[in-house]
Design a protein around this ligand. Structure first.
Ligand code: CP3
Length: 346
């Protein structure tokens, strides 16, 4: 699998490419499949449909890796939190977490067991995928999951989470501890079910100053990475701390691939961390609205990375209003240009 080879720093014939949120609403076949189930959570719990959605971008775009169709919030859901997805509003927790008593009622072990529909979807997807295509399992990072659980919904200010961080850090650490313990088992179950790599999404990494980020977010991510590496040393681990442009170069840990958000200058990241970690990213997703913008952006990133120790991706998820034709252009253009670049260097 070219994607796994690249994750492990091996030389490849071209730069492998996939897109975050590649199984999603910009694909007409996803919208059609999604319309067969009324709510998003029931759709995630339907392993056969989730597996089908996972494979759609492989069939449509020929990306080098599939990511299992699910959501980061199924973990807090199955721990016992009341979650719903409201059209136009996104995820909403009916009773946001604010005290230890409520945390004590949540069970990580029960979640890892109840998430069997994700493992089943992975098994089905892996059995249907061509042997040269990788299957990525994923989870949300403890900090990002905790912010959703505490705020109750997406937030611009992270007011409640930050208030807890500075005024009741013990409670926040208790939440993060419980999530981390569950996540370690959850990702290992995904690997057992057929995931060839694991990506940890820390979508709200950019909300914190460096010292707080390290203590309340990164230290837990490092613990999950170390656990995966101890249990499965050959399974690549990708971390994606979105939005931390300012201190991305200060991060360390036992992982293989560092996901680079589109706000970061990938040349600087390469200079400081490119020898230690394979880099993934970081085309600004809005470039997908225009073919010239795609080509200019891809040329610039490939020019910096030189076809080595790099996985092409967007610098965050693809948005619903991008055309399939443009998404395909991004994949095909990356493949053909990186092939030429790598051939030229040999
Ligand atoms: O293709 C893939 O990447 C796999 C599937 C996937 C989904 N969510 C499906 C989804 C993945 C990897 C995620 C991760 C996820 N979910 C993140 C981390 C990545 C990021 O974007 O930062 C976050 C923060 C979430 C939480 C979440 N789930 C939000 C905020 C929303 C609503 C926003 C929106 O776009 O509507 C979701 C719902 C969701 N998860 C959808 C999909 C395809 C849209 C709902 C639908 O199709 O009905």
């Amino acid at each position: 699998m070219i994607f796994i080879d690249a994750c492990l720093g091996k030389e490849t014939e071209y730069t492998p490419v996939w897109m975050m949120r590649q199984a999603g609403r910009y694909l007409p076949q996803y919208r059609a499949l999604r319309a067969t189930t009324s709510d998003f959570i029931s759709f995630c719990r339907d392993s056969a449909k989730a597996a089908q959605a996972t494979l759609q971008p492989i069939d449509e775009l020929d990306v080098d890796a599939a990511i299992i169709f699910s959501d980061i919030l199924v973990l807090p859901l199955e721990m016992g939190m009341d979650l719903s997805f409201k059209a136009g509003e996104g995820p909403v927790f009916a009773k946001p977490l604010s005290e230890l008593k409520a945390l004590d009622k949540l069970s990580g072990d029960r979640a890892v067991e109840k998430l069997s529909y994700v493992y089943e979807a992975l098994k089905i997807a892996r059995a249907s995928l061509a042997p040269n295509k990788a299957l990525i399992g994923f989870c949300g990072a403890p900090w990002t999951l905790a912010t959703y659980m505490i705020e109750g919904r997406g937030s611009k200010t992270y007011e409640k989470s930050k208030k807890m961080l500075y005024s009741n850090p013990q409670l926040l650490h208790s939440i993060l501890r419980k999530l981390t313990n569950a996540l370690k088992d959850y990702v290992c179950e995904q690997i057992k079910a057929g995931a060839n790599a694991i990506q940890i999404f820390d979508s709200w990494a950019g909300a914190l100053e460096f010292s707080a980020y390290y203590e309340f977010a990164w230290s837990y991510i490092k613990e999950i990475c170390a656990h995966i590496k101890k249990e499965y040393p050959n399974v690549p681990v990708i971390v994606f701390p979105k939005g931390i442009g300012g201190f991305i170069t200060k991060l360390d840990g036992d992982f293989d691939v560092l996901g680079v958000g589109w706000e970061c200058d990938i040349a600087s990241v390469k200079n400081s961390l490119g020898a230690k970690y394979v880099l993934q990213g970081n085309l600004e997703p809005a470039r997908l609205f225009d073919k010239m913008a795609i080509e200019d952006g891809v040329d610039e990133i490939l020019g910096v990375m030189g076809g080595k120790r790099h996985i092409m991706n967007l610098g965050h998820g693809i948005t619903p209003d991008v055309s399939v034709e443009h998404a395909r252009h991004f994949i095909n253009y990356t493949r053909s240009r990186s092939k030429e670049l790598i051939k030229g260097k040999k």
